[in-house]
Design a protein around this ligand. Structure first.
Ligand SMILES: [Fe+2]
Length: 220
């Protein structure tokens, strides 16, 4: 199973496992895929459900966009080292609400690796008391490229604002892959260093959609 996950992540930047171990607990089922990491300030497993804007914590996607489309982003893009993978597991499915995916390699091809590497962005709020400049595209562990993107939590430096506009235009012009988490156990694993993701508008049928999210460092 995990060879397939690893292959799919390598080939497409994500892997979809229909009804993965649907009968067992989410924490056990996700740990069959990879090593789950605990990040500061986050539960190991986080429960995600649609919220109206005025019912959600202000500094969150729901607090800004409510039930509307979430913009494409990579998770924790404003951290110095964003988590490598995220897993989304369906607890209560939706029939018309999608997790949309874009491969950042399209952006790198269009704008260029050199340009993106020298593009600097800044967290909108200080991290550990300071605002560290971050590269839009950088290399981790000597081998892996990581693209960071988050219109909500990152802002442009003045000299790089034009490149960020180009990236935003590029994203708007790409045709996303749409993944539906509809059946209990359906699990989507995303390479967070390569792919951008965003939930589509919550359909009226899917207001009770419940997804569990975990961050992974390695695929088993
Ligand atoms: Fe996200």
């Amino acid at each position: 199973m995990t060879e397939t996950v690893a292959n799919s992540l390598y080939e497409r930047g994500f892997a979809f496992l229909p009804k993965h171990a649907a009968e067992i607990d989410a924490s056990v089922a996700i740990r069959q895929i990879g090593s789950v990491i605990k990040l500061a300030g986050f539960d190991t497993l986080q429960t995600l459900s649609p919220k109206l804007q005025n019912e959600a914590t202000p500094n969150t996607y729901s607090g800004n966009f409510g039930l509307d489309d979430f913009p494409f982003h990579s998770d924790l893009a404003h951290w110095a080292r964003p988590p490598r993978y995220l897993a989304l597991r369906c607890i209560n499915g939706g029939i018309a609400t999608y997790t949309q995916l874009i491969d950042s390699s399209n952006i790198v091809d269009l704008i260029g690796e050199v340009e993106l590497r020298r593009t600097l962005v800044m967290p909108r709020r200080p991290q550990s008391g300071r605002k560290q400049l971050l590269r839009l595209l950088e290399r981790f562990d000597g081998a892996f490229w990581a693209f960071r993107w988050d219109p909500l939590f990152l802002s442009a430096t003045e000299e790089c604002a034009e490149v960020l506009k180009q990236v935003a235009l590029c994203i708007a012009g790409l045709n996303p892959h749409r993944c539906l988490l509809s059946e209990s156990g359906d699990t989507l694993v995303v390479d967070n260093w390569r792919m951008l993701h965003g939930r589509s508008r919550v359909a009226d049928s899917d207001v009770n959609r419940v997804i569990v999210r975990a961050y992974l460092e390695d695929i088993r």
